[in-house]
Design a protein around this ligand. Structure first.
Ligand code: AMP
Ligand code: MG
Length: 503
């Protein structure tokens, strides 16, 4: 583990090859701003695989000069650091000005596959958007974002990813005094529903149009320059978010703070704050300490994302049609189409999880899946293990599945008969293999994440986090040595578990 302090050795400075389209094209949508220097940067974690994907030299990033960059102490050549403006509906209420209050977009790079990716800091000090905040991040929440983002990526779910975590050597004052850190985050872009809301709310229609056209160039280039492109952008974001939230629901992910400023245009998951994974399957599950009314409960997420997309529709109205009534009608049609879009995505996820995706869809598949979900809920079966043990059942071993139903192992039997009948043509081994490939055995279980963070933050011991990350990298492989990581927390732990915003 490289431990190092600034100042940098310029000879080893990492080369990024920045190409900063946001700063170049969207003047007025951001404020040029520098990250705040920190006293004693120390590299805690570096994502070497992601560095490679971005065409960055991991050794240079881990060098003193690289760590100085990742701490915000040295601005690399070609960077155009900015704080982006955005607004957002938070828990249903509109905040006209949020913006990067503790984040800085360092710049954009083109990765090895030709994709444009943002490289941004979180926790890099105050900006003009900080309002009352200190602009800082604490090490625990930074490492939580590392762990959960990598877990989501390995599950194949679109997500922003952590490139590095650097401890700053500076205390951060929350309820207690915590070690500070800076996260380097990589995203397809940091455009949010709230970005467009910002300019719409201020009546800056021309800037709104430029930002929307920028979003199109970046995420829906096929639409560029076309008539009707802003309505098509809305539909495209609806499609991406429908696919994303269906994937979340499949793995039992609860975002925790689905405000419109945390809903991306790219369709990536962003901002791992008070997020958590379901243990016992229950749609009402909420872990976030700030979500007292359960607005962002597991089972509400599809409805909430539609609500957020309606806010995007409103923001885009002046671009959709010059005639307000026609614009509203078209926007409404796009939003009204969302539930069917979501249902199709959700059914596809469910069919894959049931191992039915090789067969032609059957009208009864949704009911079969719904009845299975109802069984999980009634018997408070662990979401992850319940699904995963279907693979064993498909291969003829029903005992591990039935054991999850506690005192009523036979409760699942009638449903198993229906499921088998539906899959009758499937070869058992191939069927089990498909189910295992669609249902992870290792997820970022809350108690394991907390354990890893406590070791890292309180004891300077990264061992548990690195072990967890290694297991999360291969979430579909069942390995004897990781059996403990696959086990649920005690019901007591889950009942009392609360997650907190990374602020
Ligand atoms: P989040 O809850 O992290 O999505 O952030 C919501 C808004 O609060 C964004 O505008 C953030 O930049 C801002 N924010 C969160 N934490 C801080 C902080 N410690 N200092 C300044 N701004 C913050
Ligand atoms: Mg946010």
């Amino acid at each position: 583990m490289p431990t190092t302090t600034a100042p940098a050795a310029p000879a080893a400075a990492p080369h990024f090859g920045f190409d900063n389209s946001y700063a170049r094209e969207l003047e007025g949508a951001y404020i040029a701003w520098q990250p705040s220097p920190v006293p004693a940067p120390k590299l805690v974690w570096l994502n070497r695989a992601l560095a490679g994907e971005l065409g960055l030299d991991a050794a240079a990033l881990a060098s003193p000069a690289g760590v100085a960059v990742l701490a915000g102490n040295a601005v690399p050549e070609g960077a155009a650091p900015i704080a982006q403006a955005y607004a957002g509906h938070q828990f249903g209420g509109f905040s006209p000005q949020l913006g990067d209050g503790r984040a800085i977009l360092l710049g954009e790079v083109i990765d090895r596959l030709g994709r444009r990716r943002d490289i941004a800091f979180k926790g890099s000090g105050r900006t003009p958007f900080s309002r009352g905040g200190d602009g800082k991040a604490a090490l625990g929440p930074v490492l939580r974002e590392v762990i959960v983002g990598e877990a989501m990526h390995a599950l194949g779910i679109p997500t922003t990813r952590a490139l590095a975590a650097v401890a700053t050597g500076e205390p951060v004052f929350r309820d207690s005094v915590l070690p500070g850190a800076v996260l380097t985050r990589v995203a397809a872009s940091h455009l949010r529903v709230g970005t467009l809301e910002f300019f719409a709310a201020r009546g800056q229609t021309e800037l709104l149009r430029r930002v929307a056209d920028y979003a199109i160039a970046r995420h829906d280039p096929d639409l560029a320059g076309r008539d009707g492109r802003h309505l098509a952008l809305l539909r495209a974001v609806c499609a991406r978010q429908a696919a994303l939230v269906a994937r979340w629901m499949g793995v039992g992910f609860i975002h925790g703070v689905m405000n419109t400023d945390n809903t991306t245009i790219s369709g990536e998951t962003i901002d791992y704050g008070p997020c958590a994974f379901l243990e016992a399957h229950d749609p009402a599950t909420v872990f976030s300490s700030i979500d007292q009314l359960g607005r962002y409960a597991y089972g509400n997420q599809p409805r909430i994302v539609q609500w957020n997309l309606a806010r995007l529709a409103e923001a885009l109205l002046p671009l959709i049609d010059a005639d307000p009534a026609r614009a509203a009608q078209q926007a409404n049609e796009a939003i009204d189409a969302f539930p069917a879009m979501y249902r199709a995505q959700w059914l596809a996820v469910l069919r894959a999880k049931l191992g039915l995706d090789d067969a032609a869809p059957d009208e009864a598949d949704q009911a079969l899946a719904d009845d299975w979900l109802q069984l999980l809920r009634t018997h408070r079966v662990d979401h992850t293990l319940g699904w995963r043990r279907l693979a064993d059942a498909a291969a003829g071993r029903e005992a591990p599945l039935r054991a999850l139903f506690g005192a009523e192992p036979a409760a699942v039997d009638p449903w198993l008969v229906r499921w088998r009948a539906r899959a009758a043509a499937a070869d058992p081994a191939a069927w089990a293999g498909r189910i295992a490939a669609a249902n992870p055995i290792v997820i970022a279980r809350n108690h394991r994440v907390e354990e890893a963070l406590a070791a890292a933050v309180e004891h300077d011991d990264l061992g548990p986090m690195l072990r967890l990350l290694a297991a999360l990298e291969r979430p579909f492989d069942e390995r004897a040595e990781d059996a403990d990581l696959a086990q649920p927390a005690s019901a007591d732990f889950s009942a009392g578990y609360r997650t907190f915003c990374g602020t």
